[in-house]
Design a protein around this ligand. Structure first.
Ligand code: FES
Length: 140
């Protein structure tokens, strides 16, 4: 890879599992900001290693096939640079920066420079937050 090559940022929903992000990632854990090319980020709400997936979704009974449909309009991303994931206290996973969002079939459903992903597992609008974390009593 050359120094000038642009690394596109992407995230897809694993079936019944985490949000898998790749690219120029900054992950805010609360204690530090990690820079890494790949991350598995909990969507089910049960991980003991939030914001990362700990594999707990396999035994928690949580299910989401990750079959979100593409937005009616998908803009071409012109921004470059990192995407920063920030878990908001007891709330969603905020993503700031250029990002292509894909469903479990790796079909692009949206492009964004800022969005909020569900990380409590209760949203009816997965992979995005719909505010269900409050009623679900999500702590994390
Ligand atoms: S998605 Fe894997 S532990 Fe939550």
């Amino acid at each position: 890879m050359s120094e000038t090559e642009i690394i596109p940022n992407a995230a897809f929903t694993a079936p019944n599992g985490p949000l898998i992000a790749t690219g120029d990632l900054k992950i805010e854990t609360g204690a530090e900001t990690l820079s890494q090319p790949r991350a598995s980020l909990c969507r089910c709400g049960a991980s003991a290693k939030k914001p990362f997936c700990a594999g707990t979704h396999r035994t928690s009974g949580w299910a989401d096939a990750g079959e979100a449909v593409p937005a009616s309009t998908i803009a071409e991303l012109t921004e470059t640079g990192p995407v920063t994931f920030t878990p908001l206290p007891n709330g969603p996973l905020l993503a700031k920066g250029p990002l292509t969002v894909q469903n479990a079939a790796k079909i692009t459903i949206a492009t964004t420079t800022q969005t909020a992903f569900c990380r409590c597992g209760a949203s009816a609008n997965k992979p995005y937050c719909d505010g269900a974390h409050a009623a679900a009593g999500f702590i994390g």
